[in-house]
Ligand binder design. Structure first.
Ligand code: GLN
Length: 443
């Protein structure tokens, strides 16, 4: 714990918003004492971890990397984080991310852009950029990210670590600041599949505080290591993700050579049709903006975070919101309110809702013929810092391969292999066991 706190303090990656030194050391001392007495300790006991700064941890700041909540102190602890603490794991850092999860690079943050763990000139990815960097740099043993449209998977890919977006509802969202509630998911970023498995099992479960949570079966080590079974899993991939001008030639080449390799190993590989990336990205962003506009309405200077002066309530609202949200967050609030407004909602918002249902139905029928869908994590390699910052559309399009699976609520894992920015392994709802099994087989 001390070693990781030291490296975090010395780091120049801007991966940390708040380092929780004192309390972490107190907790570590208790675990040391247990070990010295010869007592046995649990699997996660004393393990230092990081959490994206959108999770509540009682008594600690929860800023969402925004000016709005820079001084906000969490009144309670998120269910997922509490489960880790109950298992003995030690939170050591609140991690830099895109403000309120809005972004794909961890540049939309008031704490300074996070830098990629492998090349400091490149972005960390986002929105859980700080979390992926900390894992890649060994500053944390694992980190808890949040994924609404790719925010665990894409930074994991950019920093070459594992990142799992579990099935929607498998892990409680209670105490995670809501971005788009209908796709928000809690998940781990780690260096090994075994770590991902252990954390997934620790976090999963129904929670009275989140009525969308579902029951699930723990994933066993035996299942993950069953290579014979893995070989029989039927693989599919979306042809139009690969046969497009939007993909970088190296990513295409690496992906197709992996498909060839799998076929040579006797794995069944099927090409599938799918929606165009533009359709997926616009459906996702329409819904995500609508939901975030609603969720962030509660930040108005009366209950949470900063409050600016004004002659009346309206002025207080306006001044507080104008001064405290970033340009990107404002763009989303304005866009979200527009697609929800009278006269526009039928043409845009409700259309996106209908498309989302169609996309979900398409997944259901695809998973009648295949067990696993493979895809690159992103169409393009990791961008340089600043590269997409002035071009929101380019930033949104970098999410082309991740947002569809979010709309479907499907479990999906980034594995640091296959292509430069990683391989995305997706299964039908609650298929985390097949995903981990297949990822293990690829190692
Ligand atoms: N980049 C996507 C967005 O900005 C996804 C972010 C996320 O998953 N939080 O909406």
């Amino acid at each position: 714990v001390q070693g990781k706190l030291d490296s975090l303090a010395a780091s120049t990656n801007n991966s940390a918003n708040f380092v929780l030194t004192e309390k972490a050391l107190e907790k570590a001392a208790l675990v040391d004492a247990k070990i010295n007495k010869g007592e046995s300790i649990g699997l996660l006991e004393g393990i230092p971890f990081g959490l994206k700064d959108v999770y509540l941890l009682q008594g600690e700041p929860a800023s969402a990397s925004s000016d709005f909540l820079k001084k906000y102190i969490s009144p309670y602890t998120a269910t997922a984080i509490q489960k880790l603490i109950d298992a003995g794991a030690i939170p050591i850092v609140k991690e830099n991310c895109d403000s309120f999860g809005h972004g794909s690079s961890t540049e939309n943050t008031v704490f300074g852009s996070a830098k990629n763990a492998l090349d400091e000139n490149k972005v960390a990815g986002g929105s859980s950029g700080g979390s992926a960097v900390n894992v890649a740099k060994n500053y944390t043993a694992f980190s808890i990210g949040g994924d609404t449209g790719g925010s665990i998977r894409q930074p994991a890919g950019y920093n070459k670590v594992y990142g799992l977006k579990p099935t929607y509802g498998r892990i409680s969202r209670y105490g995670l600041m809501a971005y788009a509630s209908s796709t928000d998911v809690v998940g781990p970023i780690a260096k090994s599949l075994e770590d991902i498995r252990i954390i997934l099992n620790t976090l999963s479960g129904q929670d009275y505080h989140d009525q969308t949570t579902i029951e699930s079966t723990p994933v066993s080590k035996e299942v993950v290591e069953d290579t014979d079974k893995a070989k029989t899993l039927k693989v599919g991939y979306y042809k139009n993700f690969i046969e497009t001008e939007a993909i970088h030639p190296n990513i295409k080449k690496d992906f197709l050579s992996l498909m060839t390799k799998l076929k040579a190993l006797g794995v069944s590989v099927t090409e599938l049709d799918f929606y165009e990336s533009d359709t997926l990205v616009s459906t996702y962003y329409t819904l995500a903006m609508a939901e975030t506009a609603s969720n962030l309405a509660r930040l108005d200077g009366t209950n949470y975070g900063d409050r600016k002066e004004g002659k009346n309530l309206k002025e207080i609202y306006a001044q507080t919101r104008s001064d405290n949200f970033t340009e990107e967050t404002k763009r989303r609030i304005v866009g979200g309110n527009q697609v929800l407004s009278t006269g526009h909602s039928e043409a845009i918002y409700l259309k996106a809702r209908a498309l989302r249902n169609e996309i979900s139905d398409k997944f259901s029928s695809d998973f009648e013929t295949v067990d696993i869908v493979l895809s690159p994590v992103t169409p393009q390699p990791t961008p340089l810092i600043g590269e997409n910052l002035k071009d929101p559309l380019a930033m949104y399009l970098s999410d082309a391969y991740t947002v569809g699976f979010s709309l479907g609520g499907l479990p999906t894992l980034t594995a640091p292999q296959g292509t430069e920015t990683g391989l995305q392994i997706t299964a039908n709802k609650s298929g985390e066991d097949s995903i981990l099994q297949f990822a293990n087989f690829l190692n």
